[in-house]
Design a protein around this ligand. Sequence first.
Ligand code: HEC
Length: 426
Amino acid sequence: MLRGRFIGLTCAAAAVFAWSTMATAQAPAELAYDVEVKVAYNGEDVFWQLSWPTETPSLLHDVSVFRDGQWVRVNSGGVIGSEDRFTIMVDQGTVAGFANLGCYATCHAPVRSLDTAVGGDALADHPAYGQIGRNDIRKYIPDSRIGNMWWETAWDAVKPPEMLEDLREQGVFLDLWHWRAARSGSMGFADDQYVLEHRINDSGSGPNVSNVADGVPLRMFDPEKVGFAALRYDDIPNLTTADVYNLTTENSIEFDPDHEWQEGDVIPRLMIREPTGARAAIRSDGQWSDGRWTLELQRAMDPGNPLVDIPFELGRTYNVAFGIFRDFTGTRYHHISYPLKLGIGTPGAQLTAIGFLGDRPDWDEIEATTIPVFYPAQVTMDWLLSDEHVVGWEMREDTASCAACHGATLEDVRWLSEQSIEATGE
Ligand code: HEC
């Protein structure tokens, strides 16, 4: 249902912007690819280096385009909308199902953008969902729902706030490192969130703020500083991280409605700013060149916010899983990894953070681990544990991971992606 609406919206947008390519709600052309991963620590901080292929980087998310004398919002479709993103979910061994299911432990039938999504009034008017205060359903973990069995994850069985608070005190949540190329990356940060009853922002202020009032931009690029007042729509596919593409306090001035605006001028609807508080814990440096992103993330091993961040301790092992958005896609149109074991200085895990002395790792000294990622189609935790998956009963025992039965090579996950589309639709 929701998917139908999504397609409708996208087509409507495409009809207005005939000159944009329509973003289609369908499986990506490339079902699986490899990510190169390095992890290091120096006692104070943990560092990631992540590298993955993307032909064209998606550097903008939500913009105003000057069209027929008006500023029109474009936030999906074509070369604008849905920035590139890299996400890492971290579990310290406390979240039910995560070690074996990884991302699937957060993906349930009613989540937005699935054919089975629940949204709108059903949520707004619902007493238990009211505490979340949202009109859509995003990731959540099984522990956040009331049920007799660990896999009972009904969207409307949200635990009351005191119980959720207890879970956070016990460290039962997923830390979400959320690097967004436009909305945080260009300021040198990854957004910092966590997943419990919903996907929730860490405390503090976020890395962006609205640049629109009454449908008109509040600020524009400062021509004296950057040489132009607006970006040009047609130039956007050729922008790289070496160019100016995001609006900040430093490179902008107050919007001038009397400027001679031209058809196809583009001004971001978001101003990027430095985040604060727990939300500012992760620094980032993302560079795109020659068809690849190379992203470095850095965070204190213990950022000191135990209710929203999972600290990394020497000698311990964690479960992590990646999600990657590219090619202007958002919501479920991403590629994911299996759950992986990350050891901090402990060998034997799939990923091992390597100890080093000094302020920054010498990445050339650290060997990369190749991790394949794949498009999961509409396979949810509910589907995996149901009898539609021949081993659903075994998944409910929570003893085997996808890799154990389906294999973990690039070919294996590509096959799994094809099977996922066949079983659950694009
Ligand atoms: C205990 C072994 C086992 C585990 C663990 C397991 N699977 Fe399966 N899965 C199977 C078998 C067996 C089939 C049927 C294969 C066939 O028909 O060729 C299957 C089929 C599938 C299919 C194809 C659907 C179909 O109708 O044939 C998908 C998609 C799938 N599994 C996804 C997953 C994912 C994702 C995970 C991890 C979260 C997972 N499986 C974990 C054994 C397993």
